[in-house]
Design a protein around this ligand. Structure first.
Ligand SMILES: Nc1ncnc2c1ncn2[C@@H]1O[C@H](COP(=O)(O)OP(=O)(O)OP(=O)(O)O)[C@@H](O)[C@H]1O
Ligand SMILES: Nc1ncnc2c1ncn2[C@@H]1O[C@H](COP(=O)(O)OP(=O)(O)OP(=O)(O)O)[C@@H](O)[C@H]1O
Ligand SMILES: [Mg+2]
Ligand SMILES: [Mg+2]
Lengths: 254, 254
C-alpha cells in the first residue's frame, strides 16, 4: 500500500524541501520506489534533485491546471527508484486559476491516483503558506503530514495555525489526515535555544515528535548547489546520518 | 518626506522579519519616528516587537478587509518613536477576500496615506509568498523594496522570480518601485558557501547590495522569544552592530 505524506509548515525556511528530498533519497536507497512531488513554485525540490527548472517544460502546473496526467511530467532522478514530479514558476499563478475549478482541493489527490501503484512512498513538498497548493497536498496525504520544525523560537509560533488548518482539512476534505510526526531541524548544539525549542515541542506534542533530530550542517545547504541529495554529496556528514535515521524511523512507523 | 520600504522575498526564513524589526529599532534609536506594518498572517513582527498576537484584537485584517483606518490599529512598542500596525491570524483569510475588492492592490497604500505625516520611516514586513498581501506592500513601497537574501544556495534561486514580480508591480501599480537594496543575511564565516553566495549576488546586482552583511548570530534568534529587538536584548552582539550599521547605511541613502 503506497504511503503518501505531505511536508508542510507555513513558516518559511524550516527545512521542508531538505527533509523531503533527503528522506526520499534514503527511502530509495533502502529499496523503496519513491516519488517526490514539488508543489512549490520556488521549485527548490526540483533543483535539489538535479533537475533543471525550465518554465517551458512540463510541470505540476500542467497537471493541476491543464489536466495533463501526472505521469506525463514525472522524470527520473540521479538515484535509482527515485522519481520527481517537477514544479515550475508558472505554478505561482495556479493559486488564482484553481480557485474557480470544481473540486479544486482534490486536484492533486485525483492526479496521484493512477501513479500510486508504481510507488511505495510519495512525498509532497509544500510552499511556505496555507494556500490552495498546500491544501491540495494535505488533501492528498492519506498517511499524514510530516511537519519540519526549525529549532528556533519564531518557528514555534506558527504551529497552532498549522494544526487548525490540518483540523479543517481533516473535517472537510481528508478524514484520514493526521500528524505523521514533527521533525526537529537545524538543531545547533552550541546554543541553549535549540534544546529549549525541542523540549517545548515535545511537551506540546507528546509521542508525535520523531526521535531523530536533524542537526544544522553546512553540507546540507551545499548539496542543492550540486543538484545532489546528501547521500551522494556527503554521506558521512552529521546531516546525512540524521536523515538516514529519520528514513528508518519512517519505515518502522507503518 | 516619509520613506516607505517593503521587506520582501518569497523564499521563506531569509530574515525579512528580523531585518524589519531590528532596522526599525535602530532608526528609532537614531531619532526617527518609525512604523512597522506586519502584513504576514504569521504575525512574527508583532511577536518580535513584544505585542501579543490576539485573534480578537484589531489588526491589519480590519484595515484591509473591514476598511478601518490604519491609525485605529497602531500600537506603541517598548521603544520610543517606534510603533507597530499588528497582524493577526485572520489575515490568512484576507487573500481570498481581497481578490474581489475594487483596487485590491492599493488597499494598503490608501490606508497608509493618512498616517504617513506622523512617521519618518515605514517598514512593511511581508509573508513568504508573492501573493496579494505582498503585492499590496510592493504597491505601497514608494521608496522601494529591501530584499533580505540568506547566504544559502537555495535563496539565490528565487531572486529572478522576485525581480519579475517587482517589474510587473512597477509597470502596472507603482511606477516608483525600485530595489532599495539587497541585504545579505545569516552569513556564516566558518563556511565557504556564505562568501560564494555573497560574491554571486554582488556580481548579479552590482551597486545594489548593502555593504553591511548580517552575520548568523544566535542572539538574533533568541531576542523574539523575549519580545525584544536586538538593541534591547544584546546590544553588543555581532547581530546588533550589523543592524546598527545597516540602519546607518539606509539613513545615508537618501
Ligand atoms: N539541517 C540543516 N542544516 C543546515 N542548513 C539547512 C538544514 N536544513 C535546511 N538547510 C538550509 O536552510 C535553508 C532552508 O531550508 P529549506 O529550503 O529546506 O526550507 P523550506 O522550509 O523548504 O523553505 P521554504 O519555506 O522557502 O520552502 C536552505 O538554504 C537549506 O539548504
Ligand atoms: N542573522 C541571523 N542569525 C541567526 N538567526 C537569525 C538571523 N536572522 C534571522 N534569524 C532567525 O532565523 C529564522 C528566520 O528569520 P525570519 O523569521 O526573520 O525570516 P523571514 O524571512 O521573516 O521568515 P518568513 O519567510 O517565515 O517570514 C528566525 O527564527 C530568526 O530568529
Ligand atoms: Mg521549500
Ligand atoms: Mg517573516
Amino acid at each position: 500500500m503506497t504511503r503518501v505524506y505531505a511536508l508542510a509548515n507555513q513558516k518559511g525556511g524550516v527545512g521542508k524541501t531538505t527533509t523531503a528530498v533527503n528522506v526520499a533519497a534514503y527511502l530509495a536507497a533502502a529499496g523503496r520506489r519513491v516519488l517526490v512531488v514539488d508543489s512549490d513554485p520556488q521549485a527548490n525540490a526540483t533543483t535539489s534533485m538535479g533537475v533543471t527548472v525550465n518554465s517551458g517544460a512540463p510541470s505540476l502546473y500542467d497537471v493541476l491546471i491543464g489536466g495533463a496526467p501526472l505521469e506525463s511530467i514525472i522524470v527520473a532522478s540521479k538515484r535509482p527508484r527515485l522519481d520527481l514530479a517537477p514544479s515550475a514558476p508558472a505554478l505561482a499563478g495556479a493559486e488564482v486559476e484553481m480557485v474557480g475549478l470544481r473540486g479544486r482541493e482534490h486536484l492533486l489527490q485525483r492526479a496521484l491516483g493512477p501513479v500510486l501503484p508504481r510507488y511505495d512512498f510519495v512525498l509532497l513538498d509544500c510552499p511556505p503558506s496555507l494556500n490552495l497548493l498546500t491544501v491540495n497536498a494535505l488533501t492528498a496525504a492519506r498517511d499524514g503530514v510530516i511537519i519540519p520544525v526549525q529549532c528556533e523560537y519564531l518557528a514555534l509560533e506558527g504551529l497552532s495555525r498549522l494544526l487548525e488548518t490540518i483540523r479543517l482539512v481533516q473535517a472537510r476534505l481528508n478524514p484520514s489526515l493526521r500528524i505523521a510526526g514533527l521533525v526537529m531541524t537545524m538543531y545547533d548544539a552550541r546554543t541553549n535555544l535549540s534544546q529549549q525549542v525541542v523540549d517545548e515541542v515535545r511537551r506540546h506534542f507528546p509521542g508525535e515528535v520523531f526521535n531523530t533530530i536533524i542537526p544544522r550542517s553546512v553540507r546540507l545547504s551545499e548539496a542543492p548547489s550540486y543538484g545532489e541529495c546528501i547521500l551522494n554529496y556527503a554521506p558521512y556528514s552529521s546531516g546525512a546520518t540524521a536523515y538516514q535515521a529519520l528514513a528508518e524511523e519512517i519505515l518502522k512507523k507503518n
